[in-house]
Design a protein around this ligand. Structure first.
Ligand SMILES: NC(=O)c1ccc[n+]([C@@H]2O[C@H](COP(=O)([O-])OP(=O)(O)OC[C@H]3O[C@@H](n4cnc5c(N)ncnc54)[C@H](OP(=O)(O)O)[C@@H]3O)[C@@H](O)[C@H]2O)c1
Length: 311
């Protein structure tokens, strides 16, 4: 039996699909399963993974587990929230006696400061490495292409994509399907021993100016523009939207880690950490789909970009 935490999330849901397609026995953990049909064939455990008794029972009898700390954009103190969640996961691993873990971490998890939301994942790698007799693979993916979906409402309402990272800065981005594919492979073939780290860097390095042009082409919006905004402005936007101040500060710190090069210094691209899905493929599939649904949700036809010929 394979346990998948965060089973309805970006990565957990795709891992589950892979495992079921390969005839594996899968146990899924999340607090809600709105679309149970998508999990047909899996055992669903609905509950709070912050509850050590619940998570220990979920891990019991499993040969290997996918662990992760969900993001919580409303946490008043993000690293504190991550550490509480991570402590419960570590305790459940010890109590249940499970010996093989594929743990979702991040690029930059080796760095001790200046990485915002990655600091809690840094702490979690160290915490899990302290569990005696555990064989563990920490996956360190780069920036998710799925983060770009959060820009759809402002594309629809303001005809722009806003961000704090310089538009011409090349950086690695990955589609979560590539992370899930690798995680599922490791869960089915848990031959790793001791403490291990694998970076996952996507198909190529790419800058936001190009990314947004590619996304624009996919939704028939030529010359869709990326607009760089100052971090203070972005923070005001996030806090105004109900996200915690601590999370907004962490986001800006993380953007800065990509911009100032400290993040890039902690990994190197090679054949083994380069994955399949290009930004063009992501744009044609996941992005286009989410954009179409958002337009329907907003009950709009596609707005007319400035300067585009009207027929
Ligand atoms: N975004 C990036 O660029 C990036 C890059 C590298 C690493 N990461 C890391 O990737 C992780 C996020 O992965 P993701 O995008 O796949 O996650 P996600 O889509 O946000 O999904 C979170 C999952 O966790 C479940 N969950 C949340 N709170 C829970 C609780 N208390 N008990 C049980 N289940 C709970 C959610 O379901 P319910 O809400 O129904 O419980 C959902 O299944 C974070 O650790 C993040 O730091 C992100």
């Amino acid at each position: 039996m394979i346990l998948v935490m965060g089973a309805t999330g970006n990565i957990g849901s795709k891992i589950t699909t892979h495992l079921l397609a390969h005839g594996q026995k899968v146990r899924c953990v999340a607090r809600h399963f709105p679309n149970k049909e998508a999990f047909r064939g899996a055992e669903l455990l609905q509950g709070d993974a912050n509850n050590v008794g619940f998570l220990t029972d979920a891990m019991r009898g499993c040969s290997v587990a996918f662990t992760m700390i969900p993001s919580n954009v409303k946490a008043a103190e993000m690293r504190f929230y991550q550490n509480k969640f991570g402590e419960v996961t570590a305790e459940a691993i010890e109590e249940s006696g499970i010996k093989k873990i594929v743990n979702l971490s991040s690029v930059g998890a080796d760095l001790e400061g200046g990485t915002g939301p990655i600091l809690g994942l840094h702490d979690q790698e160290e915490r899990l490495n302290d569990i005696s007799g555990l064989d563990i693979m920490h996956l360190r993916p780069t920036y998710f292409m799925e983060n770009l979906l959060a820009g759809i409402p402002t594309i629809i309402s303001m005809s722009r994509y806003f961000g704090t990272i310089p538009g011409d800065l090349e950086m690695p981005m990955i589609a979560t399907r590539d992370i899930a594919a690798r995680a599922a492979f490791l869960l089915m073939n848990p031959t790793f021993k001791g403490h291990n780290v694998e970076h996952l860097l996507g198909e190529r390095n790419i800058c936001h100016d190009e990314v947004i042009r590619v996304l624009g082409d996919a939704i028939n919006w030529p010359n869709l523009e990326y607009v760089e905004v100052p971090p203070a402005e972005m923070k005001n936007y996030f806090v105004g939207a109900g996200l915690s101040e601590d999370w907004a500060n962490g986001y800006n710190e993380l953007s800065d880690a990509f911009t100032n090069g400290s993040m890039k210094a902690s990994f190197q691209r090679d054949k083994t950490n380069t994955t399949a899905t290009s930004i063009e493929e992501f744009a044609r599939t996941t992005f286009q789909d989410a954009y179409s649904k958002a337009l329907v949700g907003a009950n709009k036809s596609r707005p007319q970009p400035e300067g585009e010929a009207r027929i």
